[in-house]
Design a protein. Structure first.
Length: 455
């Protein structure tokens, strides 16, 4: 039954009657029948494949004499699930199998072997470095897509909570993590044998962290960046930092971007994103590894455009948040979003990106989500600044990293290097880092000389 950990009613019946328990999984009912289908009627045509798998009987005698409280009843389903990893995860693993490296599918011992004379393909292994909100949410996506996921965390108490309580108490205390996620504080253990190594740390800490992890990485692992920032000082995109520090070719570096509000994705609300790599085959493998019924990834080979879209939208999110904090209306916010998108596109074109990327999920989609949602860290940070809080006061009340706060300087630096005019970005830098009063900054921004829109 799926998800096993949620079937407390069935567990109570099993404990009271002491009847044999056989874990059963199904996959595909959402395409055909209620209550799983979107429509409240059975749809038998065209024909659809429903998969049902059963595991071996489970001994629950250790729970028989305990009071069947809800807390107690949650444990038998988990016990039922552990000895039967081939049930639900096998049903949902077809896409994840497609993500294993082709060389491994064609004879690599790490990916396949033989059992009873038949060839067996192993599931994709993914490692996520970082137990923050987005790292944890993406780990959930990978696990739901059928991957075996290892989370690396620095703090022992968080790792223990993930392994024993199946939650991340710092970010998603009410979200139960899939059973195929485990956590460790040992980076070598986390990195071993990973097909995909996902990096989900603050962008300004990537270089130092990756320098320590690089010697531990699996030889052919694909490095996946979840970060949306530009490095201070070097003005390098995150994929460029990864290529330089880990000494891997661009063909083994991928980016996940788009409207990625972590809390909504962890709650399994429908979302679409972009997975980008200069090697389209690698992008397709990553797409297969993170494709779930609620998370729809699209591929792209425009890594530059995808990264710039994510970095610049953080800066524009700060600007829109400041406008909100100042009590300005929707006309102001609509203007900032539109002209902010124009700034991102100009910079992208100057750096060789495809301008169409900025009208897609990595550009407009991400920008709209960041500028309109109270879940956005950058928008919230900007709102507090717009209400009159100082930078130090705003940092003090902000629990998570707002990438735009530091990256706005890097984005402005990048624009100067490429001769691109980005007035909204410059205004955000003046407010955040130079202490310019918001009303003065607004007056200067609106007082610029008039010009054609498409320039």
């Amino acid at each position: 039954m799926w998800p096993m950990a949620g079937k407390t009613g069935a567990a109570r019946v099993a404990l009271i009657t002491r009847a044999p328990v056989i874990p059963v999984a199904q996959w595909g009912a959402n395409l055909a029948m209620p209550p799983y289908a979107r429509e409240n009627k059975v749809r038998l045509l065209p024909r659809k494949t429903l998969q049902v798998l059963a595991g071996p009987p489970v001994d629950l005698s250790a729970f028989y004499d305990r009071e069947p409280t809800r807390t107690c009843s949650r444990r038998p389903p988990r016990s039922s699930w552990r000895p039967s990893p081939g049930c639900w995860r096998k049903c949902g693993r077809d896409r994840a199998r497609a993500a294993v490296r082709p060389s491994q599918r064609q004879g690599g011992t790490a990916a396949q072997g033989r059992r009873g004379g038949q060839q067996v393909t192993r599931p994709v292994k993914a490692t996520v470095f970082g137990t923050g909100s987005w790292g944890t949410a993406f780990a959930i996506v990978l696990a739901d897509a059928g991957c075996e996921v290892t989370l690396w965390g620095r703090r022992r108490e968080v790792v223990d909570a993930i392994n024993t309580g199946r939650t991340n108490p710092d970010y998603f205390p009410d979200v139960e993590l899939p059973e195929n996620i485990r956590a460790t504080t040992d980076p070598a253990e986390a990195a071993a044998g990973a097909d995909f190594t996902v990096l989900a740390v603050p962008s300004q800490t990537l270089r130092d962290n990756l320098a320590a992890w690089a010697p531990l990485l699996a030889p052919d692992t694909v490095l996946v960046s979840l970060m949306k920032g530009i490095e201070l000082g070097t003005a390098k995109r995150m994929s460029e930092v990864i290529e330089e520090v880990a000494k891997v070719p661009a063909e083994r570096i991928a980016v996940v971007t788009g409207p990625n509000l972590a809390a909504e994705i962890a709650a399994r609300q429908p979302a679409a994103s972009v997975v980008a790599c200069v090697d389209e085959t690698v992008a397709q493998r990553l797409q297969a590894a993170c494709h779930t019924p609620y998370f729809r990834p699209y591929t792209s080979t425009d890594v530059t455009g995808c990264e710039l879209g994510g970095a610049v939208k953080n800066v524009i999110g700060l600007a829109v948040g400041i406008a909100d904090g100042m009590g300005l209306g929707d006309n102001t916010k609509g203007s900032l979003i539109t002209r902010g998108l124009a700034e991102a596109t100009r910079l992208g074109v100057a750096m060789g990106a495809d301008p169409l990327t900025f009208s897609g999920l990595a550009g407009l989609g991400d920008l709209v989500a960041t500028c309109s949602s109270p879940l956005s860290r950058n928008h919230t940070f900007g709102t507090n600044l717009g209400r009159g809080m100082t930078l130090e006061e705003t940092i003090a009340v902000t629990k998570q990293t707002a990438e735009g706060v530091k990256s706005c300087q890097s984005v402005a630096d990048l624009a100067r290097r490429h001769g691109v005019d980005m007035p909204i970005t410059d205004t955000v830098v003046d407010i955040v880092h130079h202490g310019k009063p918001t009303l003065v900054a607004l007056k200067e921004l609106m007082g610029r000389s008039a010009k054609p829109e498409r320039r």
